[in-house]
Design a protein around this ligand. Sequence first.
Ligand SMILES: Cc1cc2nc3c(=O)[nH]c(=O)nc-3n(C[C@H](O)[C@H](O)[C@H](O)COP(=O)(O)OP(=O)(O)OC[C@H]3O[C@@H](n4cnc5c(N)ncnc54)[C@H](O)[C@@H]3O)c2cc1C
Length: 242
Amino acid sequence: MRHELTRRTLTVARTDRLAPRFARITLTGPELHGFASPGPADHVKLFFPTGESRDFTPARFRAGDEERLPELDLDFVLHGDEGPASAWASRAREGDTLVVAGPRGSQLVPDGMTRLVVAADETAFPAAARWLSQAPEGVRTDAVLWPTDASNTAYFDEGTGAGASVTVVPAEGLDEAVRALEPFDETTFLFLAGEATALVPVRRHLRRELGLPPEQVQVQGYWKRGVAGLDHHAPVDPSDPD
Ligand SMILES: Cc1cc2nc3c(=O)[nH]c(=O)nc-3n(C[C@H](O)[C@H](O)[C@H](O)COP(=O)(O)OP(=O)(O)OC[C@H]3O[C@@H](n4cnc5c(N)ncnc54)[C@H](O)[C@@H]3O)c2cc1C
């Protein structure tokens, strides 16, 4: 589903700490009217005062009404001051402004899915939480969380994805934890996102060894160790682009 590309200048309404290194920044403003993000792994582009932009997931959106302005929650991993996004989020205060563009398109939850497997590090917790909450009733849901900091799994404490079986592993345990959930039939959908190099072995297994098609397996590098502003359109596995 395509959307008209809109740039909005929004204002920070409030900030919350969801976990030790996870901040929720709630944005608001009249320009947020008409915002739509129906796809669980949608992304918006945020433009920071340094002039750089980074991709983030619209974690939650409340459309507002005659008395209240709409609100958009963005959930940021705080990983230090090296990157403009993390540096901005750790200092954001009520009244600060941020330019938000998109989402440009949305991929909806597939029809006919009977099982959903999500695997995410912190950067993809917002997308994974959206996948789990949008899974239709009766769909079996499994989540593999591979955070760089285990205390960040507190992100899910408010009950998102209740009913999912959840496994928490270090990045090196990702491939094995996903294999342990097999078999996957043609009505299983898998969404895996996070640090790009950690995804290479599990992507290779799912796509090449099991032969699952891209319509059933979405693997997205959301960041890459040592790379600033990773282009997520670049192949996760440069030796095996789609
Ligand atoms: C579609 C999409 C959706 C995304 N949604 C979210 C989201 O909702 N929330 C979120 O927090 N992130 C999300 N990300 C990831 C986020 O865009 C990247 O982590 C981005 O690099 C952060 O920008 P930065 O300015 O903080 O750091 P950069 O300037 O990009 O990087 C500076 C340094 O920090 C390192 N780095 C980047 N991210 C991390 C990290 N998480 N942990 C440790 N080191 C890191 C880089 O390797 C680099 O060495 C998403 C990415 C994509 C592609």
